[in-house]
Structures are given as structure tokens and as C-alpha cells.
Design a binder for this molecule. Structure first.
Ligand SMILES: Nc1ncnc2c1ncn2[C@@H]1O[C@H](COP(=O)(O)OP(=O)(O)OP(=O)(O)O)[C@@H](O)[C@H]1O
Ligand SMILES: [Mg+2]
Length: 85
């Protein structure tokens, strides 16, 4: 990875996920190879925002990031049962 952009805050519901997905999609639209990691454990919203709900495939011990909107992403929301979110 050449660059890492971290989006965080000390408060919930202030727009972190919205900012993160828009930065990622904007960079991808400009031609950057972008990986988006949703580190939210208790309320991951990235699968909803990117319109993907199916779990990632795995190759051996590695999970393959999901591709959507021109970027690759991984989220706890892809791994847990929707009912437990
Ligand atoms: N710039 C903005 N102006 C108005 N509303 C916004 C803006 N950015 C995000 N929102 C809205 O605020 C709400 C919370 O946004 P978001 O889910 O991105 O926040 P979050 O910080 O990731 O929340 P959480 O802490 O629950 O993960 C959403 O309903 C979103 O649509
Ligand atoms: Mg969020």
C-alpha cells in the first residue's frame, strides 16, 4: 500500500462511513486502486452503502475482498448474520 487514509471520530453517527465511502469512490473514479476496510464491529454499514450483502469468497486461509463501485472492500457486515447487526 502506498497510502492509507484513516477516517474516525470520538463520536457515533457523525458521518464517518459516509465520508469514508465517498473518499474511496472518488479516488477509485480518478483511477486509484482502492481498498476500503470497514473496521466497525458493532454497526458496519459499508455493505449496505455499497449494495453488497453476500459473504466474501476465500482462497485457503485468505478472504478475497468484494468488488463494488470500482473499489475493493471488506467489512464485518459481510461476515455476520444480518440479524445480529
Ligand atoms: N454531510 C452530511 N450531512 C448530513 N447528513 C449526513 C452527512 N453525512 C452523513 N449524514 C447522515 O448521517 C447519518 C450517519 O452517517 P454515517 O452512518 O456515515 O455516520 P457514522 O459516523 O459512520 O455512524 P456510526 O458511528 O453509527 O458508524 C446517516 O443517516 C447519513 O446519511
Ligand atoms: Mg459508520
Amino acid at each position: 500500500m502506498k497510502n492509507i487514509v484513516a477516517v474516525g471520530s470520538g463520536k457515533g453517527g457523525v458521518g464517518k462511513s459516509t465520508v469514508a465511502v465517498n473518499i474511496a469512490a472518488s479516488l477509485a473514479a480518478q483511477g486509484a486502486a482502492v481498498g476500503l476496510l470497514d473496521g466497525d464491529i458493532y454497526g458496519p454499514t459499508m455493505p449496505i452503502m455499497l449494495g453488497v450483502e453476500h459473504p466474501p469468497k476465500s482462497v485457503g486461509p485468505r478472504m478475497i475482498p468484494i468488488e463494488a463501485s470500482g473499489l475493493r472492500f471488506m467489512s464485518m457486515g459481510l461476515l455476520v448474520n444480518p440479524i445480529s447487526r
